[in-house]
Write a protein that binds this ligand. Structure first.
Ligand code: SF4
Length: 394
């Protein structure tokens, strides 16, 4: 079946770009993509002109969060634009080396909510299961950069059996989110075993996977993989796209295969300075997501991760982006803007203020155009009216 996105000129493929034409023979092989990631200064300089800030950032990155970029994602970089929104996400900059006073190694307080290493239990009925510390490419603003990529200050040491035992003896947990790192780096067989083990726990109703692989490595989303996922429904996938350019034809097709396999998908994006901090960019992103059958779910205020101040915006900018979307486009296209409360407060929703005044019995509201409306509370039915109605039917 064909969908409007299949013929929409906004979706373009960037292959082969910075690679020789022969690479096209291997381009759709996910293993080739992983083996050929750009992960060194030389590999970058071979392909694009780095700025001094980027060169310095790459030299520092080795002891903080590794650099690694799949050829697929690298091809989205504009060689001539030092402010390219794609390179800002994956090429380190020297500013990462400075820790602002408000920044933290573990901004969401995950380590203090782990009953078992690798299992974060912060909300009563759901857990976050950190199953790997590796990703297809590394995002410079990663909230888990203290463990992700294996070069930071901590190591992820997931205790598999202890985690399964904890889940088995904790009936309050009905929802498990697999994350990391990126769980879709596991082979189909390994992921199938993990999902089967979780599905064997009777009180677990709902499984989720958080993954950026549909964006970094869409070649991984094969028909066989999607067929395997069908066995584990209800299973949702949260993808992570930040900029409309990331939604290429390959990504669109991978997302289509997941949707056809009955996997509901939401997008969790992070608000980033110079990447997606303009209403027009966000609007284009959310429209393309809907065309790919992905519901824009959360827009995160960037966590207070060490070395992220150059990528963070003010909270007010996020609220104003939501204001620029609400009423101006499809409601399904509008993500919930949230801040993860620093230190472990969980997600806190933020919205533009549409309530101008609140009095007993009524509120005064404004709509997206600034027009003012009064909305009264319900009037209790008077006893006489009630009696009169009964008299008519008795
Ligand atoms: S894909 Fe996710 S876990 Fe991996 S580096 Fe990016 S934000 Fe972090």
């Amino acid at each position: 079946m064909r969908y409007p996105a299949d013929d929409d000129p906004q979706f373009v493929s960037h292959a082969p770009g910075y690679w020789p034409a022969e690479a096209m023979q291997k381009w759709s092989d996910a293993k080739w993509q992983l083996r050929n990631r750009v992960d060194s200064l030389a590999g970058l300089e071979e392909r694009i002109n780095l700025t001094d800030e980027e060169r310095g950032g790459v030299l520092l990155a080795g002891s903080k969060l590794a650099m690694s970029i799949t050829p697929h994602y690298f091809n989205l970089i504009d060689r001539d634009d030092p402010d390219c929104p794609i390179r800002r996400q994956v090429i380190p900059r020297i500013e990462e080396g400075w820790t602002a006073p408000e920044e933290l190694a573990d901004p969401c307080g995950e380590d203090s909510h782990m009953p078992v290493p690798g299992l974060v239990h912060r909300y009563p009925d759901r857990v976050l299961f950190l199953v790997t510390d590796r990703c297809a490419s590394y995002c410079r603003y990663c909230t888990r950069s203290r463990v992700v990529s294996g070069v930071g200050e901590q190591q992820l040491e997931t205790q598999w059996e202890a985690a399964f035992e904890y889940l088995e003896r904790t009936p309050a947990v009905r929802d498990v989110l697999l994350s990391g790192g990126d769980p879709l780096l596991f082979s189909d067989a390994r992921l199938d075993r993990l999902l089967t083990r979780l599905r064997a726990i009777p009180h677990i109703q709902f499984l989720r996977i958080g993954s950026r692989i549909p964006i970094f490595l869409p070649q991984r989303i094969t028909a066989e993989f999607c067929e395997m996922l069908r066995k584990h429904h209800p299973l949702f996938i949260s993808i992570h796209a930040n900029h409309p350019r990331e939604l290429t034809t390959e990504v669109r097709d991978g997302l289509g295969r997941l949707a056809d396999a009955g996997v509901p998908m939401g997008n969790q994006s992070v608000l980033l300075r110079g990447v997606n901090d303009r209403v027009e960019v966000q609007k284009n992103l959310v429209h393309k997501l809907l065309m790919c059958r992905v519901r824009p779910y959360y827009l995160y205020q960037c966590d207070l991760i060490n070395g992220s101040s150059h990528l963070r915006t003010s909270v007010a900018e996020g609220v104003s982006i939501i204001e620029g979307l609400r009423g101006h486009t499809t409601g399904y296209a509008i993500p919930q803007f949230v801040i993860d409360g620093p230190g472990g407060g969980g997600k806190i929703p933020l919205n533009p203020n549409y309530v101008i005044d609140s009095q007993p019995g009524r509120v005064t509201l404004r709509n997206f155009e600034g027009k003012v409306f009064e909305y009264p509370d319900p009037t209790p039915m008077p006893a006489e009216a009630y009696d009169a109605l009964h008299a008519r039917v008795d």
